[in-house]
Design a protein around this ligand. Structure first.
Ligand SMILES: C[S@@+](CC[C@H](N)C(=O)[O-])C[C@H]1O[C@@H](n2cnc3c(N)ncnc32)[C@H](O)[C@@H]1O
Ligand code: SF4
Length: 436
């Protein structure tokens, strides 16, 4: 998952919106706002932490996440030291001191490319510096080839509750064509080990619209993921961001197959969702199908999309604190150098006005498919049906949503393209600017 700051893909379609205002509006001049926010005590408010672990065995052709490939253990060790030092800076601030963590998200890159000793050192170090006891949700991302039994036991011991594995497809030809290192048999092997380790929540990621995908291959992948019975399935529509091999090959006219159109990707996602619903899953957002929504509520997403504070630790990590967006330095060298100087290593930030916060929470929550209006009245004193009357009526007339007395509810076609619709709610100055 995050830090999700995809570069706009060549043809605007449905690229994942992770923040409002768009990243291109954030700047170095506003970093001071984060420092101010950190000085404000906020007792009783939930707090989370995201840790970016930017290491992978190989770069996948479509991937836009910041990651460093095949790094020796010493590089990872040095990085983890910097992350812990960074967490200690935050822990000293009145805004963080004594606040218990509600959730943690260890994302990448491929966090499972760490070894057990490194994971223990990281989590024990975070426990010593931040108030970790009583944490409700700890997510850890992994890739199939790097899953091994002893490592999973370590994850259980350090308190991981939600394990998320990137499967993408069960078709070996597609996996190879898109530059994955794993094959379908690796997924089967890893999944058995994961189930034996008995995590409270196992999520599997699929991507629809991978290069070379056919309808039959997509259907087969959906069937196979259902056979594994994970607690949830996340499906991303494949984006082609500028900083990927896929994009470079596309521009050079070197692709072995034509990229799949957004219309087809949406249709395949729709078919996938229907199949998952037939198998008993509930669609809880534009990306997620969950087996038992009462047991599996994704705190990281729910909290973040409702304005809860989250510290972002690590290179390029995103945080949101006291109404201020922040992103860390975006290369390992700059990040580690800033931490070594004793600085909070934030590169750019944006302080949101109360109106910006309201727009942010509304557009992010629209990705859940249904937004209740009462909490916005309570929090912002605003009636969104009035504030957003024009875009809401426009989107309703186009068939993407329904306006109910107390809710805004997306139709299924609206949900499948939700990221594309969100800019209608943006303040004018943010509407036509670059995303990153
Ligand atoms: C950090 S990775 C997950 C863990 C691990 N690195 C892996 O790939 O198995 C997060 C997820 O983002 C999704 N993703 C990456 N690049 C994408 C793209 N260009 N378009 C859509 N989804 C993408 C993939 O589904 C991937 O599983
Ligand atoms: S393994 Fe995951 S994070 Fe690493 S390059 Fe592939 S998709 Fe990106």
């Amino acid at each position: 998952m995050s830090p999700r700051a995809p570069v706009n893909e060549p043809v605007a379609g449905n690229y994942f919106v992770a923040a409002y205002p768009p990243f291109s509006a954030w700047d170095a001049a506003q970093v001071a706002s984060l420092h101010e926010a950190l000085q404000e005590p906020a007792p009783g408010k939930p707090l989370g932490v995201y840790v970016h672990l930017p290491f992978c065995q190989k770069k996948c052709d479509y991937c836009y996440y910041l990651s460093y490939i095949a790094q020796p253990a010493a590089v990872v060790d040095q990085y983890l030291k910097a992350v812990l030092r960074e967490s200690a800076f935050y822990a000293e601030h009145p805004g963080v001191k004594g606040r218990p963590l509600s959730f943690a998200y260890l994302g990448g890159g491929t966090p499972s490319s760490l070894n057990s000793t490194q994971v223990r050192r990281l989590v024990d170090g975070l426990r010593q510096r931040l108030f970790w006891n009583g944490i409700e949700e700890v997510t850890f991302e992994c890739a199939p080839r790097s899953v091994r039994r002893e490592f999973l036991e370590t994850l259980r011991e350090v308190g991981v509750t939600r394990l998320s594995m990137g499967v993408q497809s069960f078709d070996d030809e597609l996996l190879r064509l898109n530059g994955r290192v794993h094959l379908a048999e690796d997924v089967g092997r890893a999944y058995l080990l994961i189930r034996e380790a008995d995590f409270a929540w196992v999520n599997l990621d699929l991507m629809c619209g991978l290069l070379g995908e056919t309808e039959a291959k997509w259907q087969a992948s959906v069937r196979q993921v259902i056979e594994l019975e994970p607690d949830s399935v996340t499906i991303y529509q494949t984006e082609i961001p500028h900083n990927t091999k896929l994009y470079r090959d596309l521009k050079a006219g070197d692709l072995p197959a034509a990229p799949i159109s957004w219309e087809v990707k949406r249709a395949r996602l729709d078919a996938g969702f229907r199949e998952l619903e037939r198998a008993g899953y509930t669609i809880v957002s534009a990306y997620n199908a969950v087996k038992d929504p009462r047991r599996h509520r994704f705190l990281y997403q729910d909290y973040l999309w409702r304005g809860v504070d989250m510290l972002g630790l690590g290179v390029a990590a995103f945080g949101y604190f006291g109404g201020v967006h922040a992103q860390n330095e975006i290369t390992l060298e700059q990040y580690e150098a800033a931490v070594a100087r004793g600085e909070v290593p934030v590169k750019r930030a944006f302080r949101l006005s109360a109106h910006d916060q309201m727009v942010r929470e509304f557009v992010l929550q629209l990705k859940l498919g249904e937004v209740p209006l009462a909490p916005f009245r309570e929090r912002f004193g605003a009636d969104l049906a009035t504030v957003f009357a024009k875009p809401l009526q426009g989107l309703a007339a186009e068939g993407w949503l329904t306006i109910l007395p107390e809710f805004v509810r997306l139709t299924r076609p609206g949900l499948l393209r939700v990221d594309r619709l969100l800019s209608r709610f943006y303040a004018l100055q943010f509407r036509d600017i670059r995303y990153t």
